[in-house]
Write a protein that binds this ligand. Structure first.
Ligand code: FPP
Length: 246
């Protein structure tokens, strides 16, 4: 089926988040080292970014490295960081040409200096771009994000800048890395695992979840189109009844 054709441009998700999973398994299946899977995975990143831009999606957030991923073998962490730097260098021109803005969420201070530097440079160079925002979640953990938010809010209360009574959902929202972004509408996870793994817990409160068995290095544009088509054929009720919606 040609899913691209069937997508309704008026009902696009504003924010898609993806848990890119299965690089290691893909590599193992092919008889390669795990890092080869990550290398292949960068092509999928390129493909979905292009697909999202073509469709007119406003926000795409990719889980590239979790706070827990620091516990992986040293060589793998090193390779992932290297891949990140080389991809950023390679893709900057394409990002510019396609009016795509790069953003990063997570504990960026824990990244190696050169990675942070490269990232900041691309973020700075693409900050005026308008068509699509691609956010890379790096050294990201949702509990850590929420804990930080609580800490910052607590400090503001202590300093008298906020009262406890004025803390509402929007105040919490404003203290998250994603403060300027709409909630996630569609969360995709590849590789057959059906869990959230500490990703955007607050932001996915009303997201539609979509799980596919495809391993990340095999993920292509058509797979994203299929997920969006599937999303458009669900009824999002936000707690209301079907009748109220119609
Ligand atoms: C999950 O597969 C993937 C990751 C932890 C990293 C994702 C990184 C990339 C796609 C490459 C670099 C990214 C950018 C943005 C250029 P896994 O290793 O958990 O696979 P497994 O579950 O099969 O072991």
């Amino acid at each position: 089926m040609d899913y691209r054709e069937k997508i309704d441009p008026k009902k696009l998700p504003r924010h898609i988040a993806i848990i890119m999973d299965g690089n290691g398994r893909w590599a193992k299946q092919q008889g390669f080292l795990r890092v080869k899977g990550h290398e292949k995975g960068t092509k999928s990143v390129r493909d979905v970014t292009e697909a999202a831009a073509e469709l007119g999606i406003e926000n795409l957030t990719l889980y590239a490295f979790s706070t827990e991923n620091w516990n992986r073998p040293k060589l793998e962490v090193k390779t992932l960081m290297k891949l990140l730097v080389s991809s950023l260098r390679k893709e900057i021109t394409t990002l510019q040409k396609n009016d795509i803005k790069l953003n990063a969420i997570g504990d960026l201070n824990s990244l190696p200096q050169n990675v942070k530097h490269e990232l900041e440079e691309v973020i700075e160079k693409t900050k005026q771009n308008k068509r699509l925002v691609v956010s890379l979640a790096l050294s990201y953990g949702s509990r850590q994000e929420l804990t930080n938010a609580a800490k910052e809010i607590g400090l503001k209360v202590k300093k008298g800048e906020l009262t406890p009574e004025s803390i509402d959902e929007s105040v919490i929202n404003q203290h998250l890395y994603t403060r300027n972004f709409p909630d996630v509408d569609l969360l995709i996870r590849t590789s057959g695992e059906q869990r959230i793994s500490n990703f955007l817990l607050w932001q996915i409160a009303y997201a539609e979840l979509y799980f596919t068995n495809t391993l990340w290095p095999d993920y292509r544009k058509e797979d994203l189109f299929e997920a969006i088509y599937n999303y458009q054929n669900r009824e999002r009720r936000f707690g209301k009844t079907s009748e109220q919606l119609s």
